[in-house]
Design a protein. Structure first.
Length: 603
């Protein structure tokens, strides 16, 4: 299907733009709009007079060695036609449709499609899902219409230059994991970094940073599992600080948001371990960001917000020794119980579980759990003891098991131990699925609040579930292993250093649901679900990569006292707003108007 369809669409693209070309003086770079009495200056989107004409697109395509593609969502193969911004094309292809249908929930399938953001489809408008009814309509939703598959730094530079010169909305798309819709954008030019897969190990880092240990340089497209697999083969086996998810990109959104994972107890966030970046900034310059060169940009790229300061081409991180590790799983499921006291019993069990959070993280345990995915169920998969023997881990958990036993809580448990954490990771961490639609929010619980009022935590969890949400928790201590003198060397919110549990809330809702249904779900997430957690931990904060983009006072929630400095760095490196990602530094005057489509600056 591919080449024929893209050829056709390209033709349509050229014709449409030639017809729309306006003779006379060059059109303004900005499109003026008014909505609800507010005036806006908007970026150039398809159909606007300032949208580049066909000759410009053709020249640009030549500059990037023909790596420009018109975007057709993967599900289009199941529909007779795709109704894109540049015309209607026939797309039905039975074999291709079967492949897409079979793989829709497979993360890597979605990641490898050059622009799909199918991991969390809500922000695509949940458009063009595979169907058995080919006469349904397949549209682009909030996907960008044109994708640059960058193969080298020069392509990224050309993409940034073209977007800046033509005032296009620019989206950087690596794996499409972003929960907040930052890797899709209506009417945008997308730079896809997924092909930049270089991995280079350094026995000794010679680039300074007060560090001369082992390191690894990762191209922007490298995913966690790719570097972990290679690092494990070194002698002795090494690790990079990555998240629990194997398929996220390391040098893209993860480091710019922070990047927390099982090794956070020992080395802080991934961002705390970064040594150097190569980055293309808004002016199209290729820069090094390190402690010695552009040190302000270096600081901002370490947790200051994804897609806000430049396009990372590659990043270098510290490598650490891996260690023998032990894991335990725990399942408590009272969903189907006929016992009239089951609900109380369940919440008592949750209270017991959570009361150990501070002790566990102080001992260096990482605890990954899901609460309420099936009603009254708690699923800890797993408790991780890095550098611990099974006996040591069991001893740390025994007090909890004693309390659960005394109360008569039914549960199942299992355990295993491994020569390295990497082996545990492969054996005990569960693969995630793609293709589902939900709103994501979250908050963190600060040690002082958990200690002062543990009952408030359980009450908040009850409210979250009662409001139709479920949760994913991550217990770690980001201030434990990293010397306090280094905490401020990255843009991570200082409040994160005393967090003991980082929660994600998930409110299922179709991205193609009626607008009033979407508005109700968003309101529930912000003002009921996450509010309950904020109330339970006023000293907590929020993680820019796993949060509600409409978190009240997001600047403070995401960055605390670091925000004013980040805003100045944004103004210095991207004064015109070439880069936009929702709720990142400097975006307070930007809005997506016309029901989440046009990207505009408030006047
Ligand atoms: C199943 C799942 C599990 C997760 N688990 C964890 C976890 O354990 N720990 C954790 O910290 N996070 C976790 N996350 C969140 C993760 O940190 C974010 O989704 C992250 O933004 C993914 O980055 P990406 O580059 O892979 O994704 P993308 O969606 O492609 O990009 C994310 C953001 O980064 C920007 N970006 C991407 N590449 C570049 C680049 N080269 N230069 C500039 N900007 C760029 C994009 O524009 C976008 O704003 C998880 C997410 C999912 C879906
Ligand atoms: C860019 O050029 C390549 C190679 O000639 C072509 O296959 C592709 O369709 C072009 N892209 C667009 C958007 O026209
Ligand atoms: C997005 O979906 C809504 C329905 O939820 C629909 O009204 C709207 O037209 C869609 N927008 C786009 C850009 O596809
Ligand atoms: C929990 O129990 C319910 C009812 O028995 C069952 O439907 C569900 O599959 C169980 N969930 C898990 C995760 O085992
Ligand atoms: C691990 O599980 C086995 C049962 O499979 C049990 O006998 C053993 O005590 C457990 N060990 C630890 C350390 O938890």
């Amino acid at each position: 299907m591919k080449s024929a369809v893209f050829g056709l669409v390209s033709g349509a693209l050229l014709l449409a733009q030639d017809a729309a070309a306006v003779p006379g003086p060059a059109p303004s770079k900005w499109v003026m709009k008014t909505e609800n009495g507010q005036n806006y200056a908007c970026k150039c989107h398809p159909g606007d007079p300032c949208w580049p004409d066909s000759a410009k697109w053709r020249r640009f395509n030549n500059t990037v060695n023909g790596n420009l593609q018109v975007h057709i969502p993967p599900g289009a193969a199941c529909y007779n036609t795709f109704e894109g911004p540049f015309g209607v094309v026939n797309t039905y292809n039975e074999a291709e449709c079967q492949t897409v249908t079979a793989n829709w929930y497979d993360e890597q399938f979605q990641i490898d499609h050059f622009a799909a953001a199918g991991l969390w489809t809500y922000f695509t408008n949940d458009t063009c899902r595979p169907t058995t009814n080919p006469s349904d309509s397949c549209t682009l939703g909030y996907y960008g219409p044109i994708v640059l598959n960058a193969k080298k730094m020069q392509h990224i530079k050309a993409g940034v230059d073209f977007a800046r010169q033509n005032n296009l909305r620019l989206v950087i798309r690596n794996t499409g994991h972003d929960f907040l819709g930052r890797s899709v954008g209506w009417g945008s030019l997308i730079i896809n970094t997924h092909s930049l897969k270089d991995i280079k190990f350094h026995k000794r880092w010679m680039g300074g940073c007060g560090y001369s240990g082992p390191a690894v340089t990762l191209g922007a497209g490298v995913q966690a599992f790719e570097v972990l697999e290679k690092a494990n083969k070194l002698n002795p086996p090494k690790v990079v600080v990555t998240g629990e998810c194997a398929t996220v990109g390391v040098s893209g959104g993860l480091v710019q948001g922070g990047g927390h994972g099982p090794f956070t107890n020992f080395h802080g966030f991934l961002a705390d371990t970064a040594l150097e970046f190569k980055v293309v900034t808004a002016d199209g310059q290729f820069r090094t960001a390190s402690p010695r060169t552009n040190s302000d940009l270096f600081w901002a790229l370490k947790g200051g917000g994804p897609g806000a300061f430049g396009v990372i081409v590659e990043a270098t991180f510290k490598l650490f020794d891996d260690k023998p590790s032990a894991g335990v799983n725990l399942d408590i499921n009272l969903s189907g119980s006929t016992d009239p006291n089951a609900v109380d019993l369940f919440w008592n069990a949750v209270g017991i579980f959570h009361s150990y959070s501070t002790q566990w993280v102080d001992e260096g345990l990482y605890v990954y759990y899901e609460l309420g995915t099936m009603g009254h169920n708690l699923r800890v998969h797993p408790f991780v003891g890095i550098g611990k023997t099974p006996q040591e881990l069991a001893a740390l958990l025994q007090p909890m098991f004693n309390e659960l036993n005394a109360l008569g809580v039914p549960y199942t448990t299992s355990n295993a131990s491994f020569p390295t954490f990497y082996d545990l990771y492969n054996a005990m961490f569960e693969a995630e699925v793609a293709g589902n639609s939900a709103l994501t929010g979250g908050w963190t619980l600060a040690r002082e609040d958990v200690e002062a009022n543990p009952a408030a935590v359980v009450d908040a969890f009850k409210k979250v579930l009662a409001a139709g949400s479920f949760m994913v928790g991550h217990m770690w201590n980001a201030g434990r292993g990293l010397p306090q003198s280094q905490w401020s060397q990255s843009a991570i919110n200082p409040r994160f250093r005393h967090v003991v549990d980082k929660l994600i809330t998930i409110v299922p809702v179709g991205g193609n649901a009626p607008l009033n249904v979407k508005a109700e779900a968003q309101n529930r997430l912000t003002n009921v679900v996450d509010k309950a957690l904020r109330d339970a931990s006023p000293n907590g904060c929020s993680y820019v990569n796993e949060a509600d983009p409409f978190t009240p006072n997001w600047q403070d929630a995401f960055w605390g006292t670091n925000y004013p400095k980040l805003l100045n760095i944004k103004k210095k490196y991207d004064p015109e707003g070439v880069f936009y990602a929702v709720s990142t530094p400097g975006t307070e005057n930007w809005e997506q108007i016309e029901t989440g489509t046009r990207l505009c600056k408030k006047l």
